[in-house]
Each structure stands twice: as structure tokens, then as C-alpha cells.
Ligand binder design. Structure first.
Ligand SMILES: N[C@@H](CCC(=O)N[C@@H](CS)C(=O)NCC(=O)O)C(=O)O
Length: 202
């Protein structure tokens, strides 16, 4: 059985939990306190971070890599697009998301970040999400179009944490906020939330 070592408030672990619940297969989630990490975490992930997925002799880290593995191992429902062109586009979205959004999420998550660095991260996230709102102008239900995909999984934990991170979006970002509500109403999204994550939004 797959075991996910997951941080209870970690946005990257949250991505992997969403995929596990979308797939409706057997798995175990081990909650990790990132301030008191188990000794074996560093043996499974040289960066000593969560999430880590362990399955028999395989230890995987990096949320998007873990998620692609789960998607290939359990193909239904398929979360990476089936054809090579759409799949390549999805990977570009995932890459851009790490560079343009989640590097700033890291700043907000890092206890050592200064208040100036956190404020700059909030501004960068707000601007990028406002820019991305245009994607929903054409009635796109999800980022790649009408189908829920891995790209939606990757951004969902950030949209869920906007209030928690102190990021306010205005009306020009209404499209992405409505899209967020669509993601949050998915049963797998709700099931994947930890009690601490539930408390982040009221
Ligand atoms: N790029 C990694 C980021 C993982 C990450 O930053 N995890 C944080 C928790 S949100 C962590 O384990 N921090 C503990 C540490 O770095 O010591 C991924 O996508 O999985």
C-alpha cells in the first residue's frame, strides 16, 4: 500500500492528498510534524521535507513528481491529459506555477522569512493570480478547459490559503476566485483537508 508522509498544513502535501482522494484507492497518510521530523524522513528524501510517498522499495519526493506517479499507477480518473501536446502544455503550466507562484508560497511558509520578503511574496502572488484570471474569461471551468487536471490540483492548496496568507484579491480576479470555489466543492478536495487546513477558511 502507498504511504504518504504529509505535513498537516503543508500546501505541497495537500496536493498529494487531493490526488490520492481523487483516485479513491487504498493508501495511508502519516501526519508529519515538520518541527519534529521523524528520523527516517531524511533517508527517504535527501531534502528532509514532506511530502514523501513510499511504496515498497520506492521512495518519492517532490509533490508534482509524486502526483504524476500516482496518476500513472492508478489511471482513473486520469489527471494528466492523454495526448502528448496537451500533456506537454500541462507540464509547462506546472513548471510556471512553481516559478511564478510557489516560490513565493515557500517564502510565506518559511519561518525565517522577513516581513518585507513576505509582503513582496504576497504582492507577487496577487499579481500573478490576477493575471491568470483571464484564463477563466472564456468560461473555462478548469485551467486546461473543461476537464479537471493535475494543474488544478497544483494550484488548489494556494487558493485555499489566500486568507490564511493575508492575500486579498479584488474584482479583477473574480474569475479565479469563482474557479477556486469550484475546486473546493469537489468531494475529494473536502476529504483531503486536514483539521488544521479546514480551520484556515471559514
Ligand atoms: N518542492 C517541494 C516543497 C516541499 C516543502 O517545501 N515542504 C515543506 C513543508 S510545506 C517542508 O517539509 N519543510 C520542512 C523543512 O524544509 O525542513 C514539493 O513540491 O514537494
Amino acid at each position: 500500500m502507498m504511504i504518504l508522509y504529509s505535513g498537516i498544513t503543508c500546501p505541497f502535501s495537500h496536493r498529494c492528498r487531493i490526488v490520492l482522494f481523487e483516485k479513491e484507492m487504498d493508501f495511508e497518510i502519516k501526519d508529519v510534524d515538520i518541527f519534529n521530523k521523524p528520523e527516517d524522513l531524511a533517508m527517504m528524501n535527501p531534502y528532509n521535507q514532506v511530502p514523501v510517498l513510499a511504496e515498497r522499495e520506492l521512495n518519492l519526493y517532490e509533490s508534482n513528481i509524486i502526483n504524476e506517479y500516482i496518476d500513472e499507477r492508478f489511471p482513473h480518473p486520469q489527471l494528466m491529459p492523454g495526448d502528448p501536446i496537451s500533456r506537454a502544455r500541462a507540464r509547462l503550466f506546472l513548471f510556471d506555477m512553481e516559478r511564478e507562484l510557489f516560490c513565493h508560497v515557500q517564502t510565506l511558509e518559511n519561518l525565517d522569512s522577513t516581513e518585507e520578503a513576505k509582503d513582496a511574496a504576497r504582492v507577487a502572488i496577487r499579481e500573478r493570480l490576477t493575471y491568470m484570471s483571464a484564463l477563466f474569461a472564456k468560461n473555462n471551468k478548469y485551467i486546461l478547459g473543461s476537464n479537471f487536471s493535475m494543474v488544478d490540483v497544483a494550484i488548489a492548496p494556494l487558493l485555499w490559503r489566500l486568507d490564511h496568507y493575508g492575500i486579498q484579491l479584488d474584482n479583477s480576479a473574480a474569475g479565479i476566485l469563482k474557479y477556486g470555489e469550484r475546486l473546493f466543492s469537489r468531494p475529494a478536495f473536502i476529504d483531503a483537508l486536514t483539521p488544521s487546513e479546514k480551520a484556515m477558511r471559514r
